[in-house]
Design a protein around this ligand. Structure first.
Ligand code: E4P
Length: 217
């Protein structure tokens, strides 16, 4: 499973990329607002750090507006992926942009039929929002499993990009369910390394090492 960072924070992206952990980045208008930076400059900076797909979301609601914004953003770098919403106009924009050779991420997917439509429209990525489904008492992971089954049934090439990930369990469950990509907030990505027995074991090793009175360097 590929890891994308779900953030527009350049410092986090630099750190994760330097560790070889990043296969791409996703942003959305809320994350851009949180970062406080200029949208297009931020996308350009991220594309200098990360070779993989970098999602930049259009804000127009109509197909012509989405296409104009998407084509403009796609000029920033060859790895810019245009994020369009799961709407009728978004699907039209998806088909047009992918036909022009631009990667497209269809976002705000909340059911399997929407994912089927996105694949038919030629989406590069479909973004099912796990956390937001959990928020309303549904099981977001069921959706990943359903989309995996449908895409495998018909050999769709659209990649399942598990989004709205909130917990380390979401990451594990996405991998088990066969998501192609998980886009993960940096804090959650960093939390994947944690286990209390690792910390306890490290403390015991450090204490025993101190008893030897030796140094390595
Ligand atoms: C990424 O592509 C999505 O926009 C993001 O994962 C949404 O996450 P949220 O539901 O935590 O805002």
């Amino acid at each position: 499973m590929k890891f994308f960072a779900d953030t527009a924070d350049l410092n986090d992206i630099r750190e994760l990329a330097a560790m070889g952990l990043l296969d791409g980045v996703t942003t959305n208008p809320s994350l851009v607002a949180k970062s406080g930076g200029d949208f297009k400059q931020t996308i350009a900076e991220i594309c200098k750090i990360v070779d993989g797909p970098v999602s930049a979301e259009v804000v127009a609601m109509d197909v012509d507006g989405m296409l104009a914004e998407g084509r403009h953003l796609a000029k920033i770098a060859s790895n810019v992926t245009i994020k369009v919403p799961m709407t009728w106009d978004g699907l039209k924009a998806c088909r047009a942009l992918t036909s022009e050779g631009t990667m497209v991420n269809v976002t705000l997917c909340f059911n399997a039929n929407q994912a089927l439509l996105a694949a038919k429209a030629g989406a590069t990525f479909i973004s099912p929002f796990i956390g937001r489904l959990d928020d309303i008492g549904l099981d977001g992971m069921d959706l990943i499993e359903e989309i995996r089954e449908i895409y495998d049934n018909y050999d769709f090439e659209t990649q399942i990009l598990a989004a709205s990930i909130r917990t380390v369990n979401h990451v594990k469950q996405s991998a088990l369910a066969g998501a192609d990509v998980a886009t993960v907030p940096p804090a959650t990505l960093k939390a994947l390394v944690k286990h209390p027995l690792t910390d306890k074991g490290l403390e015991a090793f450090a204490a025993d090492w101190a008893k030897t009175g030796q140094k390595i360097l």
